[in-house]
Design a protein around this ligand. Structure first.
Ligand code: MN
Ligand code: MN
Length: 295
């Protein structure tokens, strides 16, 4: 990464931090998730970035991948995970925090476990460190607080316009030999009192471009052209496309999914339906420096 690219990575991180602090202040129990997502995404744009993916607002046993649909009526409650992304020219900052809207001891403890795991993990990241060592620190921190990490969710490397670019950072001890190199990584521990695994639930309305092949239907073509231009390989959602094209976008999305142009993510649900907390930061390893861009 050259100097200009590094500056964009840092600037995207600043936008994310400012948006996160803004969101912490306005989110209240009973607020529509739709309103929360739109306020967050509008703020990112006001600060000079673009949303790197649809704001995830996942409640209780949904660990990740819930974003409101265009006509969503769900209200904020329970243990809410707010996972947001900002990018500048495809250079992504990815960060998440959790809030307890019920004043429940159990929720607060889970949030603390995920936050402590993130803190301990981030300070242990360095060039040539084994990713499994950081995973071990995450697991030990969460287990020392009598909770479990979600072991089939992980952090990930990030490249330009590529949110999950190949390297996984496990949330548990692992003997794999992958090490951190120079580059961008998201570290994201999840803590639960459940079994510590998630399964694929309902479709999320969050999509990603996987194939540029031709499609015949005019609305599908229009949506595809827009997705290529606007999002490249970053995730996007049906809500954004309904805003742009009206509800006919939903037909286009369905056709593009059937045609194999798009893949749709599933909501990720904790297997034993116990609450889940998540904390996430993005780190940049540049030379021998490690910068937490979203701090
Ligand atoms: Mn995230
Ligand atoms: Mn992430």
């Amino acid at each position: 990464m050259n100097k200009q690219e590094t500056e964009k990575i840092i600037a995207a991180g600043k936008i994310l931090s400012q948006t996160r602090e803004y969101a912490k202040k306005f989110i209240k129990k009973g607020m529509p998730l739709l309103e929360i997502a739109e306020k967050i995404e509008t703020k990112i744009v006001e600060l000079g970035g673009k949303p790197a993916f649809p704001t995830n607002l996942s409640i209780n046993d949904i660990a990740a991948h819930y974003t409101p649909s265009y006509n969503d009526e769900t209200l904020a409650e329970g243990l809410l995970k707010i996972d947001l992304g900002a990018h500048i020219d495809g250079w992504v900052a990815d960060g998440a925090f959790s809030i307890d809207l019920e004043n429940k001891e159990e929720n607060k403890k889970l949030i603390k476990a995920s936050e402590d795991a993130l803190k301990n993990a981030v300070v242990s990241v360095k060039k040539q460190e084994l990713v499994g060592k950081v995973g071990k620190i995450i697991q030990e921190t969460i287990e020392s607080q009598k909770a479990s990490p979600i072991i089939n969710l992980s952090g990930h490397s990030i490249e330009q316009y590529d949110l999950h670019s190949g390297v996984n950072i496990p949330n548990h001890a692992s003997s794999e030999k992958t090490v951190f190199e120079e580059g961008i990584y998201a570290i994201e521990p999840f803590a639960t009192y459940g079994s510590g695994r998630v399964y694929d639930g309902k479709p999320s309305g969050i999509y990603e471009l996987i194939d540029l092949k031709n499609v015949r239907s005019p609305i599908a073509r229009k949506v595809l052209d827009y997705v290529i231009e606007e999002y490249d390989h970053l995730p996007f959602c049906s809500r954004w496309l309904v805003k742009k094209f009206g509800t006919s976008a939903l037909i286009g999305l369905k056709q593009l999914e059937e045609n194999g142009n798009l893949m749709q993510f599933a909501q990720l649900v904790e297997t034993t339906h116990k609450n889940v907390a998540q904390s996430e930061h993005t780190v940049l390893i540049s030379g021998n420096k490690v910068i937490v861009t979203t701090e």
